[in-house]
Design a protein around this ligand. Sequence first.
Ligand SMILES: Cc1ncc(C[n+]2csc(CCOP(=O)(O)OP(=O)(O)O)c2C)c(N)n1
Ligand SMILES: [Mg+2]
Length: 895
Amino acid sequence: MAQLQAYTPPSDDGARDESEEVSEWIEAFDQLVDSRNGFELSARILQALSQHAYDRGLSVTSSISTPYVNTIPAAMEEPYPGNRQWERRIESWIRWNAMAMVHHQNKKDAGIGGHISTYSSLATLVEVGFNHFFRAQYGDQPGDFIYIQGHASPGIYARAFLEGRLTEQHLENFRHELRSTPGLSSYPHPWLMPNFWQFPTVSMGISPINAIYQARFMRYLENRNIIPRTPRRVWAFVGDGEMEEPEATGSLTLASRAQLDNLIFVVNCNLQRLDGLVRGNGKIIQELEAIFRGAGWNVIKVLWGCEWDPLLAQDRSGLLRKRMEECVDGEYQNYKVRGGAYIREQFFGKYSELRELVANFTDENLGRLRYGGHDTQKIYNAYKHALEHKSGPTVILAKTVKGYGIGSAEARNATHQEKKLSERDLQVFRARFEIPIKEEEAEEGAFYRPPEDCPEIAYLKEQRQKLGGYIPKRSARPFEFETPSLEYFAEFLEDSKQRPVSTTMGFVSMLRHLLKEPKIGQYVVPIVPDEARTFGMESLIRQVGIFASQGQLCKPYDRSMFLYYREDKDGQMLEEGITEAGSMASCTAAGAAYCNYGIPMIPFFAFYSMFGFQRIGDLIWAFADARGKGFLMGGTAGRTTLAGEGLQHQDGHSHLLATAVPTCASYDPAYVYEIAVIIHDGIRRMYEKKEDRFYYITMYNENYPMPALQEGSREGILRGIYKVRTAANGKAIVQLCGSGPILNEALRAQNILVHEYGIPADVWSVTSYSELRRDGLEAERWNRLHPDQPRKRPYLLNALDDAEGPIVAATDYVKLVPDQIAHWLGERFMVLGTDGFGRSDNREHLRKHFEVNAEAITGAALSGLAQVGKFDAVRARDALKALSIDTEKMNPLLA
Ligand SMILES: Cc1ncc(C[n+]2csc(CCOP(=O)(O)OP(=O)(O)O)c2C)c(N)n1
Ligand SMILES: [Mg+2]
């Protein structure tokens, strides 16, 4: 079994020839390995030797990547347990149907798209999983979670077709989701196929990070005894190109730190991405190995198929290994594109000894030397090892060919974009995979449906039965849920007794209180990306502890203090460190747990609002696709309320981004009781009423006395607008709207207007412009579609009812946020907002700069009144001066 690595002696002329000495050492070592228990023993001895060499001052750096051969030597493999012949046929039929689905649709509807080459490289990797590994359930517990490369969806549909779960009509309607018959979505989207897909994966990098945090969240639920511990695994099939995304590698060390042996990555290393090679001048597999090993993962390389085993066994000189090592991916691509004769010349031909090694091979046979990722035996053994590996995650780096089996497109740079096959390619495909359909049918790209009673289909079904059923499958597991009554939040509905507090403080107390709720407290998951102290959440750390998979391995220095930094095996809080992306992935695992585990976990993910939607918007989009529930809490919100921090920190637009997510209800509350009402109702709607939605709520760090909830305001708070202070002296002739702390500026403006200018104004708190807009658009749509029916009126107009005069809306967000309702208010509506880059200064100066302070609101109200002839224009001009408004100053938009 022992192999000599090609050894290069030092180039020095006078140096002795060391190769013999090296051979002797290797031989002795081989004897040790071959002795009884020698395998483990020799590994330990090597380690001890390496430590000793280091102590003696020798610089023996241990390489982070291993030779370019399979990690599991052939001699250690177990035989394949399945019926290879049937499995090969099944796989071939799936390959054909997957290809036909895309081909077909693009012939019918040019440009509709779809992918052939990704699945053709992935097929064997997933088929071995479907036939032997992926469990659909563990007793009454959910089974494995499988994240599949999004672009491989046709293959997954094609399998479900053979399983009898999808009909031919489904396949006919791949990417035709808007027809009267059932359609199939382009990629895995739980929103679109809620009974099929569990995890959205198609945006590159989202799947790897979500898979890691899913596996971690599984441990969290187990450690907290919310679900029983099972051997359940998270499998993530990802592309080698996809691994370039920062999200894909950014959280790898968490997986090893948290010892996630429930996590298996399979990287489909077809060496190519969309445009061409991932690493043409290097080797992506070696690079990935180094990254994963460096991050503490167990790495299994599956590079070479069984045909290579005898060649490697004869490679006494190590030249074959050397050749494998020295070729870069660009050359490996060449071999696949150009075929056997080229391989003989360029790969083996470089060394006469290697040319000799394959002298008996025909060119055709050389062309058929498979890579490991297409060899069931190699894949099976890799998966088996991965399952047996304890105390950490495993990655399988499987070498494959992109476009495998697709005649003229195999391994070519353009293969990713291949949508239609030529007649010739279809025939080649048919012949190569022995598809039992007629030539004419093949030309059409017809689907192949095997007879229901053929042994292959019986086998396929039986294998799935043994593993607990079909997968992927999304089924909303039923759960009981009772929302606590609003009285449970009573203390937050009262005033703060003149004590100045911030909405953030109010929220944190509410969260602490909710965590103690006897029934649902256990389901609450506070998540922070290293911002607990920023939000005053440190008391939570002590109250519920931070989840640490191994507990706290040291006695913290502050142990004697009341609020010490408590980490625990069953800690309830997820302190993710500085990773908003990771925190969002945790939020995603928690927010979809109601479905994946049947447990109504309620995430509260609190983050710096500037680093939320703007930074991790795509993860939030995927969260919505996954029908995620929970609360995103944007802290230190507002471009002028977060004082001092300046341009990169002051958020004035997250609400705009949140508005675009269909299932996200975004609120910008001014008072603690508003937050209490919104959270209470949110919990009820999401978990009791089972609505698939989530909330974005901004919270601020400005302290001011909080008033109490007034009777009759609840509906307005939830729907987006309600009156907080009616004009004291007579009927208001101008309306002032404020959100968040800017509501205080509106209230101050109300005083100035009445005391300095004798103008009565009403003040409204607008908790959500986007909810108002959605409601308005809904009414409008209904009216448009039902011209003969009585017209519906948007809630906004009902709320404002006979409110008179100009309406001035001031926000700590950009003007487009209030502008969402401009449409219904016409010229009456005047908007003040914080468009432009932030500045480091205090609130007073920031609000003056952005023209959202009480003076700016007063000035706008007077201007507006002057325009409609209700206030003298010259007096208005003078008022602006009196209010210290610099009318000639540069627009803050570009200042
Ligand atoms: C975030 C993101 N950027 C770009 C794309 C477009 N895209 C789709 S597939 C692909 C290449 C994928 O390469 P790889 O991950 O190696 O998968 P393969 O198809 O080779 O298996 C790209 C860039 C995307 N889906 N998501
Ligand atoms: Mg690839």
